[in-house]
Design a protein around this ligand. Structure first.
Ligand code: C2O
Ligand code: CU
Ligand code: CU
Length: 544
């Protein structure tokens, strides 16, 4: 207890000394690079589809008994070949699948999922007992599954404090009463989310509906989920999660590091895979499932991508992109047309520095490869010009019942090494301050005083991005005066749909608008850089 108080006091005390902190490369210098692995020697795997184990009667909101599909997924440790030349890697997954099995669900058809923890007693990766909620009084291995982007009742949300230990389970209800989109599930246990996800506890959850089906988008083998995750490995093939080189000092009592960056990239659980494709249109459901790394993706052929959906559903119309910037937690529904590229080899490249946007190096310039070598097996789908029967409802800031400011602070030690990140200087356990009234619309402004971009995520809701504007960080830190000093920028065209995670740039105010409806109760919002989330950059909110 004493240590924790000191830790938080230190964090609070150093807030005054905040100036845009620089990344110190010392941490990465201390880490052994992963064994050199030849890219593009393994085929891209498709995570298998989850199947229900039965149907159970469940009464819905109206009290009507509805037969509801029940799935059961067991979290376990097992080994997988992640690359031709890498020894099998111990990973964590669901039902021996890494990434976890993909849910195929439909709007209006709720499901139940029993999440079962059969993991070992000891964590695969270094637990930091000094982090809030991860101290020695709780088991080292704890899990709770959260459906990211899901509009679900609070008791099924899988919030950080709802964790359960090995041998236990939780059955969650997913109503599927939101727009068709790409959701994902991942672990969320308090203080160890970054480790549970890095070990492998994540998977896709696809939600479909008739409107989307009527668009005749590419399907079957032409619809490909892609989860991108960076990792470090040692020569034995084990996942490496480095400990802080400052561990043991007063300011850094535990092994926590500010961001996990791997030098090796997995897509769907294979290192730098390739996918053989036909010369036709493909749909890629891209998920950045990395702990901390942003990606700015482009195709080596120079051809465009067409984004048709964001986190929470389809856009009004396709947005042509030459590059796709995607932050941890975000999804992008993308169409790529390989017609006219028969025989070509097209590499997915990345040029985002880490940390983003002003970090050291682009240390993972390659992601995966497409080989346009398969014969055409059918007629290609076409890119629809309109994606929705009625345009997206625009939430109106005039209707907002509240405008809330959420400032991000990073406190650093004498070596400029981050100690913690906070939202409004609060800790997770401080009293709830954000209490939207049920059904009301609110505007939230994220004020990023730090040197890094943070992907901010809200549970329960899909929101809209209103815009961004640079502000005077020094003035804000000095006197609390919020002085905009740049032009008001509209969201990017591919951000003009429903979002649950938004990129907030350093030195900018990022403004979102949301309607807090559907369910009352406690949820969380947080940075989706999982190291930040685990170290205070997460707060509760409550719909009242
Ligand atoms: Cu993707 Cu609160 O998480
Ligand atoms: Cu979430
Ligand atoms: Cu962050």
């Amino acid at each position: 207890m004493a240590t924790r108080r000191t830790f938080l006091q230190l964090a609070a005390a150093s807030t005054a000394a905040l100036v845009l902190p620089e990344w110190t490369p010392s941490l990465r210098a201390a880490v052994q690079p992963s064994p050199a692995l030849t890219p593009f020697v393994d085929a891209l795997p498709f995570p298998r589809v989850a199947h229900p184990t039965g149907v159970v009667p469940r009464s819905n909101k109206a009290g009507k008994i509805v037969p509801t599909a029940l799935y059961q997924l067991t979290m376990m440790e097992f080994s997988r070949k992640l690359h031709r030349d890498l020894r099998p890697t111990r990973v964590w997954g669901y039902d021996a699948s890494f990434p976890g099995p993909t849910f195929e669900t439909r709007v209006g058809e709720p499901i139940l999922v029993k999440w079962i923890n059969r993991l070992p007693v000891t964590h695969l990766l270094p637990v930091d007992r000094f982090l809030d909620g991860a101290d020695a009084s709780v088991p080292q291995v704890r899990t709770v599954t959260h459906l990211h982007g899901g509009h679900v009742p609070p008791e099924s949300d899988g919030g950080p404090e709802d964790w359960f230990p090995r041998g236990e389970s939780a059955t969650y209800y997913y109503p599927n009463n939101q727009e068709a989109t790409t959701l994902w599930y991942h672990d969320h246990a308090m203080g160890i989310t970054r480790l549970n996800v890095a070990a492998g506890l994540a998977g896709f959850y696809l939600l479909r509906d008739d409107a989307e089906s009527s668009l005749n988008l590419p399907s079957g083998a032409q619809e490909v989920p892609l989860v991108i995750q960076d990792r470090l490995f040692n020569t034995s093939g084990e996942i490496v999660y480095p400990r802080s080189e400052f561990e043991g000092s007063l300011e850094h009592p535990g092994p926590w590091i500010p961001e996990y960056f791997g030098d090796t990239v997995m897509v769907n659980g294979k290192v730098w895979p390739y996918l053989e494709v036909e010369p036709r249109l493909y749909r890629f459901r891209v998920l950045n499932g990395s702990n901390a790394r942003f990606y700015r993706l482009a195709l080596s052929s120079g051809q465009p991508m067409f984004q048709i959906g964001s986190d929470g559903g389809l856009l009004d119309e396709p947005v042509q992109l030459n590059e796709l910037l995607i932050a941890p937690g975000e999804r992008a529904d993308i169409l790529v047309d390989f017609a006219g590229h028969a025989g070509e080899t097209i590499t997915v490249e990345n040029d985002a520095p880490a940390p983003f946007p002003d970090g050291g190096d682009v240390d993972v310039p390659l992601i995966m490869q497409f080989r346009v070598v398969l014969p055409l097996s059918g007629a290609s789908a076409t890119i629809p010009s309109q994606l929705r029967a009625t345009p997206i409802e625009r939430l109106d800031p005039q209707q907002a019942a509240q405008t809330r400011d959420i400032a991000f602070f990073e406190s650093v030690d004498g070596d400029d090494e981050p100690i913690t990140m906070t939202l409004n200087g609060r800790t997770f356990g401080d009293p709830v301050e954000e209490k939207p009234t049920f059904g009301s619309v609110e505007v939230w402004r994220f004020l990023n005083t730090t040197g890094d971009a943070h992907p901010l995520h809200l549970h329960l809701v899909q929101f809209q991005v209103l815009g961004r504007q640079a502000f005077d960080v020094e003035a804000y830190l000095g006197s609390g005066a919020l002085v905009a000093n740049g032009p008001a920028l509209l969201p990017e065209p591919n951000e003009r749909g429903w979002k649950d995670t938004v990129q907030t740039n350093p030195g900018e105010i990022t403004t979102i608008i949301a309607r807090f409806g559907g369910y009352r109760g406690k949820y969380v919002y947080h940075c989706h850089i999982l190291e930040h989330e685990d170290n205070q950059m997460m707060r509760p909110f409550e719909v009242v």
